[in-house]
Design a protein around this ligand. Sequence first.
Ligand SMILES: Nc1nc2c(ncn2[C@@H]2O[C@H](COP(=O)(O)OP(=O)(O)O)[C@@H](O)[C@H]2O)c(=O)[nH]1
Ligand SMILES: [Mg+2]
Length: 178
Amino acid sequence: MVRCIVIGKDNSGKTIFCKNFSKFLHPKNKKNETLTQKNLTNYKINIKNEEIYLIDSVSIDSGIDKSERRRRERTKTLYALIEAEIIIHIIDATDFSFDGIDKYILDYGMTKDKYLVLLNKTDKIHDNNLMKNMIRTYPKINIFNISAKKRIGFNNVKTCLRHMISCDKIHRKNYFGW
Ligand SMILES: Nc1nc2c(ncn2[C@@H]2O[C@H](COP(=O)(O)OP(=O)(O)O)[C@@H](O)[C@H]2O)c(=O)[nH]1
Ligand SMILES: [Mg+2]
């Protein structure tokens, strides 16, 4: 079992990505197979015979949230981020700047072997400038354009995950939950 956290800003499209990508991989399943681990929804998917828990996280946007429940959820998300073998970072391509939380996640992800950036909502943008900028700034990171809503670019994500899973460096742990 491999844990793959889906992380990003509020409204970047994490939840819709988890739902649609698991449907894309398993079209015969009528419902998404999910389980909840400490408030975070895990979508069970299978790639290359490997069971993967796609973890839909909550936003870790900057600022201290007034709600204690949401602060707890953020803590769970940070734990899940540290424990995950694979990180998928969803960036809203219509709302990106090189400061703020996305930059912090990029800087953290860059230090990891299995980090994948998905520029989402590309159905709404009409040039490739963000992608070009990203590749120039972060030449070593895997970056793909997707539309989680319209299910565009999912084949590239699948191929990249297949590659990451077959790579020896992946460190499988027993799953005790958080
Ligand atoms: N046009 C467009 N809208 C999207 C896309 N992905 C997500 N959205 C919209 O963005 C909003 C937030 O999506 P959601 O999955 O709830 O974001 P989350 O807060 O990161 O979980 C919803 O209104 C989605 O319909 C996309 O690829 N294209
Ligand atoms: Mg969500």
